[in-house]
Design a protein around this ligand. Structure first.
Ligand code: ZN
Length: 148
């Protein structure tokens, strides 16, 4: 097993068992719901956005270990970032998990553990669900997205 695969397993296990920011934000001003019918992953994302910056973020829901770990890591990664910074991060993450670019751990930090999903197209939807839902929440209020 390569170091990256080993790290991937550790991080996914850790974040799926003890997801970070796993709570409803009572003062959220942007929310969205995301659903991946292929796997049954279903999450709500709550954001508190002020001055075009994500001040706080939380999520609730259920799904496979990859979708939950990805949502957990996503919330950690976007807290305190501006919309523009999040868009850049999303694009890099998406290019990585779809295999368009090689993982650059320096830029994506812990998110680079998801580079392994490129070999499993079905899992790409699990890993990207939280990010698509995040973008929907930033774009509009109360939107529902599906990966289909
Ligand atoms: Zn899944």
């Amino acid at each position: 097993m390569s170091d990256l695969q080993e790290l991937y397993q550790q991080v996914v296990l850790d974040h799926s068992k003890r997801p970070r920011n796993f709570r409803k934000l009572e003062d959220a001003n942007h929310t969205a719901e995301g659903y991946n019918p292929l796997c049954g992953d279903h999450y709500h994302i709550y954001l508190k956005v002020e001055d075009n910056t994500v001040k706080d973020v939380g999520f609730e829901g259920a799904g496979c270990a990859i979708s939950k770990a990805s949502a957990s890591l996503m919330t950690d990664s976007v807290k305190g970032k501006s919309r523009a910074e999040i868009e850049i991060l999303f694009n890099k993450f998406h290019d990585m998990i779809t295999g368009k670019v090689e993982p650059t751990s320096a830029e994506l930090e812990k998110l680079s553990v998801f580079s392994g999903v490129r070999e499993f197209p079905v899992r790409v939807k699990c890993a990207s669900l939280a990010w698509h839902t995040l973008r929907a929440a930033l774009d509009a209020e109360g939107k529902t997205v599906t990966t289909e």
